[in-house]
Design a protein around this ligand. Sequence first.
Ligand SMILES: Nc1nc2c(ncn2[C@@H]2O[C@H](COP(=O)(O)OP(=O)(O)OP(=O)(O)O)[C@@H](O)[C@H]2O)c(=O)[nH]1
Ligand SMILES: [Mg+2]
Ligand SMILES: [Zn+2]
Length: 371
Amino acid sequence: MYYDIPILNIVALTIKNNTMNNLSLYGWNELLLEQKRNSIYKDFVHGRISITHKTCYEVISEMGDYTCELTGNMIYGRDKVEFPCTGDWVIFQPIDTDKGIIYDILPRQKTLYRLKSGRISEKQAIASHVDKGFIVQSLDQNFNVRRIERFMIQLADENIQPVLVFTKSDLEFNKNDVEESLNHLAHKIPIFYTSVHFPDTIEKLREYILIGETVVFTGSSGVGKSTLINKLCKQEVLLTNSISSATGKGKHTTTRREMVMMGEKGILIDTPGIKVFGVTNDDADTLSRLMDINSFTEKCRFKDCQHMNEAGCAVIKAVEDGELDRGVYENFLKLRKEAWHYSTSVHEKRKVEKSFSKMVKNVKKNPFKKF
Ligand SMILES: Nc1nc2c(ncn2[C@@H]2O[C@H](COP(=O)(O)OP(=O)(O)OP(=O)(O)O)[C@@H](O)[C@H]2O)c(=O)[nH]1
Ligand SMILES: [Mg+2]
Ligand SMILES: [Zn+2]
């Protein structure tokens, strides 16, 4: 079901006293207010999406929490990637004490996107208005520097501060090996070693999250994202994969993107574990800077060197001389190729859409002509 016409004053807006929310704790600010004033729906209610379901959204507003659907205009008038995601600020009209219809989304910023897996190159918005991106890896089997680089490049595209959070530091691991493989990244990203069994490591991380700041947690399934969020919030706000000692049950893998409040301090967004996190950032300069190879790229003979097989390529020479890690170099090529592939297919798609809409216009003008 969807709605197109604003249902003004049909339902008395009942304020639910028990669920009044102070939105400034959720990051509401002057800029967002200004943006709301520019919307034709400025007289409606605003709120932030806390959970994204398949066809509806949980929205937190000053008047309480609502489950909302989209208007038909929003469903049919936008690309999937422009549909609301967790963390978005939206304008909606309550139609009941706990139901509403979303009419507009305030301009997105600092959004974590990923390349959707599948044949068609499609971006997916995971979380928006994000200040920090916690790249979570567990120190048992999950540590993988190539995956860290992958997340970092994607976060850089939207100016989200990357933070590396290791979990399960109570388990056996070789800290020297970990630190050595992070040499080229260490000065670009804060690193935390945490364990649910060492409360001071959780406390340090909690202090790092500031009031009103939004943090998204990303990483493979089972690394302990939901467990860590529960510890930071000092309560079981999310289901985790741990076995409950009381029931012996509790296998639960996260399936939705959900926002929770950490005390009255920060806003934490949990996400399901993703096997391969595809990138869409095709900015080669950012990539070479992040991977710490820009000191070599500057010395290449040709300005437009692609660092693949060109004569006088300082990057290839650095790999041959052992100055640049081969793994870093190969991941650089891989990430760049992936992002190129994405942007080329987006470009192609736009071209097809443009020629299609041109054809539709022409048909409307001259319905009997053959095109
Ligand atoms: N030893 C140890 N185990 C932990 C730690 N943190 C989490 N775990 C365990 O790791 C398992 C997975 O935890 P979850 O929090 O569900 O993992 P997740 O990253 O949310 O996984 P998905 O929701 O599937 O993406 C559970 O059995 C936790 O008890 C830790 O610091 N040390
Ligand atoms: Mg989880
Ligand atoms: Zn080169």
